[in-house]
Every structure is written in C-alpha cells, then in structure tokens.
Design a binder for this molecule. Structure first.
Ligand SMILES: Nc1ncnc2c1ncn2[C@@H]1O[C@H](COP(=O)(O)OP(=O)(O)OP(=O)(O)O)[C@@H](O)[C@H]1O
Ligand SMILES: Nc1ccn([C@H]2C[C@H](O)[C@@H](COP(=O)(O)O)O2)c(=O)n1
Ligand SMILES: [Mg+2]
Length: 222
C-alpha cells in the first residue's frame, strides 16, 4: 500500500462521512477516531535538531503531495497569536524546552482536520513520552512508520548555526539544550517504536539527494 496521494482541493463523500462522524460527540476518554471512520495513515519524522527532518519532508511533499505537519512550525505560528499561551510557547522554544502536549496536539489535530486528508507526515513529534502517550490515547492514531534521521551532533550543530532562518533557538546556547532534550526525552520515544518494529533508521550524515533516495523508497514501500 502507498501513502502517496496527489494534492486535493475539496472534500470527498468518504471524508464528509468521516467528518460528520468525527463531529458527533464521543464518550469522554475514547479516542477521537470513531468506528467506521477513515483510518489515518501517519509517518512520524524524528531525529535530532538539524538532522534534516524538514528538508526530507519537503522533498516528499514535492514528489507525492503528502500533507506535511511540522510540530515546530505549528508552534512557531501559534507564537504569533499574541495570547498568553503563545507567549509561553515562545519562551519555551527559546529555551529549548518541550511545550506541554495538550497545546501541540490540539494544533496537530486541527491541522489534520482542516486538511480534509488522512495521510500525514508528522515532523518533530512526538518529542517525549508525554507527547507520544497523549497523542495515541487522544487521537487513537498509531504511526505506520517512524523515520529516524540519525546524525552526529557536530554535523547537526554546524547545520543549525548555518541555517539562517532567524529562529530564536538557532544559537549555540539553545542548540546545546535541544541536543540534551533530544537525548533525554526524544530518544526513548524512538526506542519505544523500535521495540514495536516501526522504525527505519536513516544515516542522515550524507548528501541530501542520497538520503532522499532511501527515504522515498521507504515511503513507497509503505
Ligand atoms: N543532508 C544535508 N546535508 C547538508 N545540509 C543539510 C542536509 N539536510 C539538511 N541540511 C541543512 O541543515 C539545516 C537543518 O535542516 P532541517 O531544517 O531540515 O533540519 P530539521 O531536522 O528540520 O531541524 P529542526 O529540528 O531544528 O527543525 C538546513 O539549513 C538544511 O538546509
Ligand atoms: N513536539 C514538539 C515539537 C517542537 N517543540 C518545540 C521545541 C523545539 O525545540 C521547537 C522547535 O521544533 P523543531 O522545529 O526543531 O521541530 O519547538 C515542542 O515543544 N514539541
Ligand atoms: Mg524542522
């Protein structure tokens, strides 16, 4: 089966039925995916800061038109809201900390709902056990595949310092904090999915094109 689907403007009868079912109130404590709803197909894109998650995801979007949701991008957009929660997100990102799951999951859930699609590349999420467990229990979604971009810290550090996109966390002090958070909190999530046989480890210390050849093959095999 392939996750690839062309970009789509409107809504089909199938997704309309799913939307109607999703809109009906569900008993508290049950995942949002109701019986009979279209099953979501999800690839988590994980790896350290600067490992190339966004770069490789963009290539998959370009070739397959899959919906790419970057948790970091959604949080950075949320920062602009000017709300107290947006300010909290801004402070946490600048500090290299992981934002509470309820904030990130509601942004992801809204983006998935708004897309009208059911196949997603979710980049930079889940970042810790709280992200993982809350997402699975609240949405009922398990990833079909976890792409893990494995890259040495010195390579990631060089890439981040050269990224030049004006991000408040691309400075050496925050980068070092993000590396520690990745090792302490994010690697255990990858190990969890590895034990379930869902992880494809990719050597990310290579040329972008060489990495993409492997990524697209894994994606098409899904
Ligand atoms: N294979 C590669 N070789 C060299 N540079 C790369 C490679 N992949 C990505 N880059 C560059 O490294 C920087 C970080 O890449 P990217 O933004 O894709 O990483 P990321 O994993 O999404 O990072 P973050 O977690 O901080 O969002 C970018 O400037 C990108 O152009
Ligand atoms: N699940 C997530 C994803 C991201 N964040 C915050 C903390 C990260 O350092 C920052 C940038 O994310 P990136 O663009 O590097 O993927 O966003 C989070 O709290 N929770
Ligand atoms: Mg990124």
């Amino acid at each position: 089966m392939t996750i690839a689907e062309p970009p789509r403007a409107g809504c089909t009868a199938t997704t309309a039925v799913a939307d109607a079912k999703a809109a009906a109130p569900l008993p508290t404590g049950l995942p949002k995916v109701a019986e009979g709803a279209v099953k979501h197909k999800v690839v988590f894109v994980l790896g350290g800061p600067g490992s190339g998650k966004g770069t490789q995801s963009a290539r998959l979007v370009q070739e397959f038109g899959v919906v790419h949701l970057s948790a970091g991008d959604l949080l950075r957009e949320h920062m602009k809201s000017g709300s107290p929660e947006g300010q909290m997100v801004a402070d946490m990102i600048k500090n290299g900390q992981i934002v509470p799951s309820h904030v990130t999951i509601s942004l992801l859930q809204k983006a998935m709902d708004d897309s009208g699609k059911h196949k997603f590349l979710i980049d930079g999420f889940p970042r810790n056990e709280e992200n993982r467990a809350s997402f699975e229990s609240q949405t009922g979604i398990m990833p079909d595949l976890v792409l893990f971009f494995d890259c040495p810290e010195e390579v990631m550090e060089r890439r981040l310092l050269g990224r030049n996109e004006g991000r408040t966390d691309d400075n050496i002090e925050t980068i070092r904090k993000r590396f520690k958070v990745f090792i302490d909190s994010s690697l255990p999530v990858i190990q969890h999915y590895e034990a379930l046989g869902k992880v494809a480890r990719i050597n990310a210390d290579r040329d972008t094109e060489e990495i993409y050849k492997e990524v697209r093959r894994l994606f098409m095999e899904l």
